[in-house]
Design a binder for this molecule. Structure first.
Ligand SMILES: *[C@@H]1O[C@H](CO)[C@@H](O)[C@H](O)[C@H]1NC(C)=O
Ligand SMILES: *[C@@H]1O[C@H](CO)[C@@H](O)[C@H](O)[C@H]1NC(C)=O
Ligand SMILES: *[C@@H]1O[C@H](CO)[C@@H](O)[C@H](O)[C@H]1NC(C)=O
Ligand SMILES: *[C@@H]1O[C@H](CO)[C@@H](O)[C@H](O)[C@H]1NC(C)=O
Ligand SMILES: *[C@@H]1O[C@H](CO)[C@@H](O)[C@H](O)[C@H]1NC(C)=O
Ligand SMILES: *[C@@H]1O[C@H](CO)[C@@H](O)[C@H](O)[C@H]1NC(C)=O
Ligand SMILES: *[C@@H]1O[C@H](CO)[C@@H](O)[C@H](O)[C@H]1NC(C)=O
Length: 462
């Protein structure tokens, strides 16, 4: 794969107490009245999804991730009175929902709008569709992809549950391969009303307004779907599933700036460290005879949790350090690569407000140049800026619960989950806020948008 960053971000990683792994306090309350909807999300079977969508809105970080072998996560929906079948990519990094219209100009080109795979919506044939006059969809993503069209409201059916009055765009010209279902804050919406921003009722808010969930909240469990599809990745609106993480959920504020485009789903990253097994020749030998844990970067940085990005950013210094130290070689297009075997004993820990979440280095890598013994580092270096994106390859390791009402996320570690257990999910409804989540140790020290803190490489590393 090839990643191109068109501008910069700087990501940061911050730090705090390290070794606190999520501890185990399982909660198995089940509610008698179900007010949530769980959907399977799955990897596309189409091979046409070559573009990764990353950013919206011009003032933000933009970045192109060209990736011919990536994963994206899709959900199936039925739209309109006649239940037209649509498949859309789940995106926690944007806030607009749109479908390909029956007059979509690019349906003939599957690299722009793969209408045959993902479906088209004919708004004229749905008796419940109401066009919002004067409102238009005009969204552009960092990859250069975008979509334009008109906007309306209609019924959407999710796993048999009908949600009325959902606002969405109907494209006439799209270049996104698949329709998108952005589940972020309304402030990020790219729908415009007579040239000014129109704040649509964002998707999770529409579910709450329709009364099918209590508050705008959802949880996302992403998995690798390479080996088996016996278990699906899932998004659950209105609840979380205790079988999808180990230990406890830790709650953190979503740093936000009301009304600004920086209002994104994410949290505070305070550091990255690495645990290495079977190599006692570096690090603190005192920590364990066979395990060493050492800090790579510390500080404080906002990080976005974005299912619409297949890979993750890292501050360039941490990226280079990990690339050099654990992959070893760098090719002429700057991709770090090395023996896959040598990655297996290393696990990164991402520290968020005092809780550290394991991310095996192998999960941030993929086959290099078609040679199965060689792996490349699947992260994107960030050079400057204030935005850092943790995408699908990170999110496969972390269960994420998002509460858009109270501006909080709760994270659980999904490394070590026995997915056989997920066949009997144990849902906890999110009524007022995320239940039974413990405040992260440094909950009150969340990053804020008015500082310029970042992560930096710890002293002595280069
Ligand atoms: C959309 O539906 C209308 C009403 O059923 C029909 O007349 C029209 O031909 C359809 N358009 C397309 C492109 O299928
Ligand atoms: C539909 O949702 C919009 C906001 O998106 C709201 O203004 C309108 O009142 C809703 N209509 C109904 C019938 O609930
Ligand atoms: C996974 O999701 C797909 C698409 O919704 C569905 O057809 C399949 O039955 C699901 N598999 C399981 C094990 O739930
Ligand atoms: C990984 O750790 C195991 C167990 O400590 C050890 O036997 C093995 O040699 C290590 N592998 C590498 C590549 O360091
Ligand atoms: C073990 O640590 C040494 C010293 O940093 C390093 O040279 C070597 O590559 C490491 N081995 C593995 C398997 O990571
Ligand atoms: C490493 O050792 C130093 C000195 O004993 C100690 O201050 C530090 O906390 C240790 N770090 C870790 C990650 O164990
Ligand atoms: C920065 O933001 C925090 C939290 O929103 C606020 O309490 C503080 O007053 C702000 N500081 C400045 C210098 O604006």
């Amino acid at each position: 794969m090839k990643f191109v960053t068109t501008f910069s971000l700087f990501c940061v990683l911050a730090i705090q107490s390290v070794s606190s792994m999520p501890i185990s306090i399982q909660n198995s309350e089940s509610e008698s009245v179900k007010k949530f909807i769980r959907l399977n999300t799955y990897k596309s079977t189409a091979s046409t999804s070559t573009k990764r969508l990353v950013r919206r809105q011009s003032e933000d970080v933009e970045q192109t991730l060209d990736n011919s072998d990536d994963e994206a996560y899709y959900i199936d929906l039925e739209v309109g009175s006649n239940k037209q079948k649509i498949t859309a990519q789940l995106d926690t990094g944007s806030s607009d929902f749109f479908v390909f219209g029956s007059n979509e100009a690019n349906c003939g080109d599957t690299s722009k709008a793969d209408c045959a795979t993902y479906g088209k919506f004919n708004s004229s044939s749905s008796t419940t569709f109401k066009k919002l006059n004067g409102v238009s969809l005009d969204v552009s993503y960092g990859s250069g992809a975008g979509a334009t069209g008109y906007v309306g409201t209609d019924n959407v059916v999710l796993d048999g549950t009908t949600v009325s009055n959902v606002t969405f765009g109907v494209t006439t010209s799209a270049d996104t391969v698949a329709p998108l279902i952005g589940v972020g804050y309304q402030a990020l919406s790219a729908m415009t009303y007579d040239d000014s921003q129109y704040h649509s009722d964002g998707f999770p808010f529409a579910l709450a307004d329709a009364g099918v969930i209590h508050i705008p909240a959802f949880s996302v469990s992403l998995m690798d779907h390479d080996d088996t599809d016996e278990v699906n990745s899932t998004v659950t609106f209105g609840a979380y599933d205790t079988t999808r993480y180990v230990g406890s959920l830790y709650k953190m504020p979503i740093p936000h700036e009301e009304g600004k485009a920086t209002y994104r789903i994410g949290t505070t990253l305070n550091g990255i460290s690495i645990a290495s097994y079977g190599n006692s020749s570096y690090g603190n030998s005192s920590s364990s005879s066979s395990t060493t844990l050492k800090w790579i970067a510390k500080g404080s940085q906002f990080v976005q949790l974005d299912t619409g990005s297949s890979v993750s950013n890292m501050p360039v210094a941490a990226y280079d350090y990990i690339g050099k130290t654990y992959f070893g070689s760098q090719d002429s297009s700057s991709t770090y690569h090395g023996s896959c075997d040598s990655l297996k004993n290393h696990t990164l820990y991402f520290n968020f407000l005092g809780m550290a979440y394991p991310v095996p280095l192998t999960t941030l890598s993929s086959t290099y140049n078609g040679d199965d013994s060689q792996c490349q580092f699947d992260a994107v270096p960030s050079y400057s800026g204030t935005m850092c994106i943790l995408g699908d390859n990170f999110l496969k390791n972390v269960y994420v619960v998002v509460d858009l009402k109270n501006n909080e996320v709760a994270l659980g570690s999904s490394v070590g989950v026995d997915y056989a257990d997920t066949a009997s999910p144990d849902f906890v409804e999110i009524v007022d806020s995320i239940p039974n989540a413990i405040n992260a140790p440094n909950f009150d020290s969340a990053w804020t948008f008015n500082n310029s803190d970042t992560l930096s490489l710890v002293d002595g590393l280069k």
